[in-house]
Ligand binder design. Structure first.
Ligand code: ADE
Length: 421
């Protein structure tokens, strides 16, 4: 190994995005390897608004593997972390840092311990796929530290064993998780369909919906669906394969009408199989349903759809607008229907890319109060408005894949001690 008095610490820091599926993953054929029953397709979200940053480090002075998440030490004993660590260590290569006088032979990685610190730039409990970004970042940063030869697609098959949807966070833009056929899962991995520049007009607005009850975890929800739903097999075998082909075409051709029809119907079918599970699983709530009505009414009133919506295993709405102009009109509708509570300031109610707010002509709360009902609901009974149903909105766009960051400015661990800064 080398290095003076074995005091050295070697580290890598990386940043990885989260992603939202527009053709959903729901149901496993192998629980340990995390192998799905159908392909899925996602859009990667801009990491400047939603991402995980992780620093991984190694030193002969560390006496066990340790991890800190958002500043608090967490256990690495769970099977998902252990699978990723085992798979990465098995592929580790020789590493040499001549400046620091460090040489690690590939066999050494089995004995050396790791310190890992990870930080999500968004609330971990908000139901925004933090484990997808988190596990992807863990695998990506460890692969860089240990000098793995595998490409991002091969790394995605490792990240998949930590959290299924994490495999799609190894790429930016538009990503397909191929379910694969092999029993060992070697062909269940992510491929990039198009990068984030391919369709850069799209704007994404996420409504973080206040949830009262604790939701069913995806793991147990999927298991219950596969065991009890009469519809899930039809979805996985008949519906999704056709939608995957169509969605690939819609993305390639930037065909927003087809993209919207597929994203909305697929989200709705995913929630239908949840309802078809026994006992039934309810992920969406009244606020989620009101958001769907608002978007559907508007899309129907226009010649061509303006906004796609999709909901994961929780009440948050992810809305994808055709372009910036549509996004501004969407934000006006959302703020009209879901105004902030009186003690919330606009600056913390709309976060991320605030330029959409400017495009919507909204500078302050007075402008929000002055919003009138959009034309598609004119002359109808006013919709019920209750403040506080949405905690906040995030304005973002499709974004890029994982990147290595400079340790000087971004490392979460002290370079001398390997402990959190
Ligand atoms: N779960 C949620 N966020 C995570 C992170 N950043 N790393 C690992 N697991 C996570």
């Amino acid at each position: 190994m080398g290095g003076e008095a074995e005091k050295w610490v070697l580290m890598v820091t990386a940043r990885t995005p989260t992603n939202i599926a527009v053709i959903k993953y729901w149901g496993k054929r192998d629980e340990t390897l995390i192998l799905p029953i159908n392909d899925s397709i996602s859009v990667t979200l801009d990491p400047s608004h939603l991402c995980t940053t992780t620093t991984v480090s190694v030193s002969p002075s560390f006496d066990q593997d340790r991890m800190w998440l958002n500043g608090k030490e967490i256990s690495l004993q769970g099977g998902r972390f252990q699978s990723c660590l085992r798979e990465i260590r098995a592929r580790a290569q020789d590493v040499e840092d001549k400046k620091k006088g460090i040489k690690i032979n590939k066999e050494d990685w089995q004995k050396l311990n790791l310190h890992i610190a990870s930080y999500n730039n968004f609330p971990t409990a908000a139901g925004l796929a933090s484990s997808a970004a988190g596990l992807a970042c863990l695998v990506f940063s460890l692969a860089k530290l240990m000098n793995l030869k595998e490409d991002n697609s091969q790394l995605s098959a490792i990240a998949r064993q930590g959290s299924g949807s994490a495999c799609r966070s190894l790429y930016g833009g538009f990503v397909k998780w191929c379910m694969g056929k092999e029993e060992n899962g070697s062909d269940s991995l992510a491929v990039q369909l198009a990068d984030e520049k391919h369709w850069d007009e799209l704007v994404i607005i996420i409504a973080v919906v206040s949830a009262q009850q604790k939701e069913t975890s995806s793991t147990s929800g999927m298991r219950d669906t596969v065991e009890t739903s009469a519809l899930i097999e039809h979805r996985a075998k008949e519906v999704v394969p056709k939608r995957i082909t169509e969605m690939e075409g819609a993305i390639q051709n930037r065909d927003f009408a087809t993209f919207t029809r597929l994203a909305c119907t697929d989200s709705n079918q995913f929630h239908a199989v949840c309802l078809d599970t026994y006992p039934p699983i309810f992920y969406m709530n009244d606020t989620s349903h009101r958001i769907i009505s608002c978007v559907e009414k508007w899309n129907r009133a226009e010649e061509t759809p303006q906004v796609a919506y999709t909901f994961d295993a929780g009440p948050n709405a992810v809305m994808i607008a055709r372009n910036r102009k549509t996004a501004a009109l969407l934000l006006q509708r959302l703020l009209y229907n879901f105004p902030p509570q009186s003690d919330t300031d606009l600056d913390s109610y709309i976060i991320g890319d605030k330029s959409i707010l400017q495009d919507a002509g909204i500078k302050d709360m007075k402008d929000v109060e002055a919003l009138t009902a959009p034309p598609e609901v004119k002359d109808k009974i006013p919709t019920e408005k209750s403040k506080g149903d949405v905690s906040y909105f995030i304005c973002t766009r499709p974004g890029g894949g994982p990147v290595v960051l400079s340790d000087e400015t971004h490392a979460l661990l002290n370079p001398l001690t390997g402990l959190p800064k």
